[in-house]
Design a protein around this ligand. Structure first.
Ligand code: FES
Length: 161
């Protein structure tokens, strides 16, 4: 099921208005826009600049600095795979190679069918159960390649139906 709405300027303006009273409103606005649309559309930058009386370059600088802000619409399912030390030591790289091979995507990309996006994260606070990943915001630990296949099989199946 699609979790995000398509980009709509009117809705974006309403979101900005809802957060305008906050001190340091830019980050809350960016988080709210990403929550709503799944990413920060290019068209949001001039709206933010105008609302906050900042330059587009300043907005762009902030959006680029924080890696959690996506600049492209994500796939229907977002996989965030931990690449930090504890997960690395428990086979994260082999898992990542399997995922990339299985979905035919690299980090920062979305599969050709729009089904999955793959993102790297650095510690999910689940080190005791490494290697870990988030699949659509649900945390999974001790993820082997076989377990990854089992987790995603229903989603691949759903696409084929
Ligand atoms: S290092 Fe991966 S969850 Fe902490």
């Amino acid at each position: 099921m699609e979790r995000h709405r398509p980009w709509a300027e009117e809705r974006a303006c309403a979101i900005l208005a809802e957060h305008q009273h906050l001190r340091g409103a830019l980050l809350p606005m960016l988080h709210a826009l990403q929550e709503e649309f799944g990413y920060i559309d290019d068209a949001a930058l001039p709206l933010l600049a105008k609302t906050l009386n900042l330059s587009r370059a300043e907005i762009h600088g902030v959006v680029s600095f924080y890696h959690e802000f996506r600049r492209q619409r994500p796939g229907q399912h977002v996989l965030k795979v931990c690449r930090a030390e504890a997960c690395q030591s428990m086979g994260a790289e082999a898992l990542i190679a399997h995922i990339q091979d299985h979905l035919r995507i690299d980090f920062g990309h979305t599969s050709a069918d729009g089904r999955f996006s793959l993102e790297a994260v650095y510690c999910l606070g689940n080190c005791a159960l490494s290697p870990s990943l988030l699949l659509d915001d649900t945390l999974h630990g001790r993820v082997s390649p076989a377990r990854f296949d089992a987790l995603t099989a229903p989603l691949v199946q759903e696409a084929a139906e």
